[in-house]
Design a protein around this ligand. Structure first.
Ligand SMILES: Cc1cc2nc3c(=O)[nH]c(=O)nc-3n(C[C@H](O)[C@H](O)[C@H](O)COP(=O)(O)OP(=O)(O)OC[C@H]3O[C@@H](n4cnc5c(N)ncnc54)[C@H](O)[C@@H]3O)c2cc1C
Length: 273
């Protein structure tokens, strides 16, 4: 069911990225990792991760302008209306024991679901390190409202214009290289971002026996298992229903991970085409 909601607040994050906050009552509480289908009149519905939620029923999505629907969404002002369907999909599995070391790795707009996860971890008083990367400073989403002395935020840009120069993977390697195998066995990594980054993370995590959860993006029309555009071969898992979050054991078996996606007609194409 689509619910029409009024935009309450808009935050400019960085170039072509805004967070849109709306109030939604009478829905099940969303969990970090879940997404909503968003509709702007005159466009198609599109999937957006829930980038924050509070107990007063304020939901946030963080949107990057890439095409028609996201452009229409970013043209809206406070007081205008959007359609929302969700929460949909599965969520990041939170640690049960408190001896776990947590590392979040977000690249570009992939930060959106991890921001909600980090708020949840903070509320539960679980410590974590957060590696945040982008190509350059004006594409970097800063986590000013969450920054504090307990959690460690590490920023990097490909060109060195903000934080360390280099990729999130370089920072990740530096952090885990200091840790013993025993600590690594008790480490959980949560990631979302460019799939090439997540493929590299998987390789390292499998080698070091680190638990990994990655949130994947695929084109989808329905968000609820009907259109099949987000099927991952050979397991036939759907990003919208079985995901968007997959664990290391599943990712290892998904041959499309880092390689293929389906276009709007259902044809399988290379991921970066
Ligand atoms: C579970 C999930 C969560 C997402 N969360 C966010 C988020 O928090 N913030 C955000 O900005 N974007 C998110 N996306 C991606 C977002 O849905 C697409 O950017 C959007 O649908 C593009 O629509 P458009 O009409 O603006 O662009 P289009 O003109 O449709 O496409 C522009 C480009 O984006 C690609 N694209 C289109 N749809 C998708 C899609 N579903 N996934 C990946 N690439 C796509 C196209 O192949 C093309 O290269 C998410 C996608 C999924 C599946």
């Amino acid at each position: 069911m689509i619910t029409t909601v009024k935009i309450k607040r808009i935050i400019d994050e960085c170039e072509d990225v805004r967070t849109i906050i709306f109030h939604l009552d009478n829905h099940s509480n969303p969990k970090p990792g879940q997404f909503v289908m968003i509709w702007v009149p005159g466009t198609d519905e599109i999937p957006m991760s829930i980038s924050n939620y509070d107990k007063d029923g304020n939901w946030a999505i963080t949107v990057k302008k890439v095409g028609d629907c996201t452009r229409a969404l970013l043209k809206l002002s406070i007081g205008e209306y959007i359609g929302v369907r969700g929460p949909l999909g599965n969520s990041f599995k939170l640690p049960k024991e408190d001896n776990k070391k947590i590392i979040l790795v977000g690249g570009g707009i992939g930060l959106a679901p991890l921001r909600f996860l980090s708020s949840k971890l903070m509320k539960k008083k679980i410590q974590f390190q957060f590696i945040i990367g982008a190509k350059k400073e004006n594409e970097l989403i800063l986590m000013k409202n969450l920054d504090n002395k307990i959690q460690k935020f590490h920023y990097c840009t490909d060109d060195g214009s903000y934080g360390e120069k280099g990729f999130t993977i370089d920072l990740f390697k530096k952090i885990i290289d200091e840790k013993s195998p025993d600590i690594l066995k008790n480490t959980i990594v949560y990631t979302c971002g460019p799939e090439i980054m997540m493929v590299k993370l998987l390789e390292i995590c499998l080698e070091k026996k680190i638990t990994l959860y990655a949130s994947l993006e695929r084109i989808m029309r329905c968000g609820c298992g009907l259109c099949g555009l987000c099927t991952l071969d050979p397991l036939g898992m759907l990003v919208c229903k079985d995901g968007p979050v997959f664990n290391d054991k599943e990712l290892k078996k998904i041959k499309d991970f880092g390689k293929n996606k389906r276009d709007f007609s259902g044809k399988k194409i290379k991921l970066n085409s």
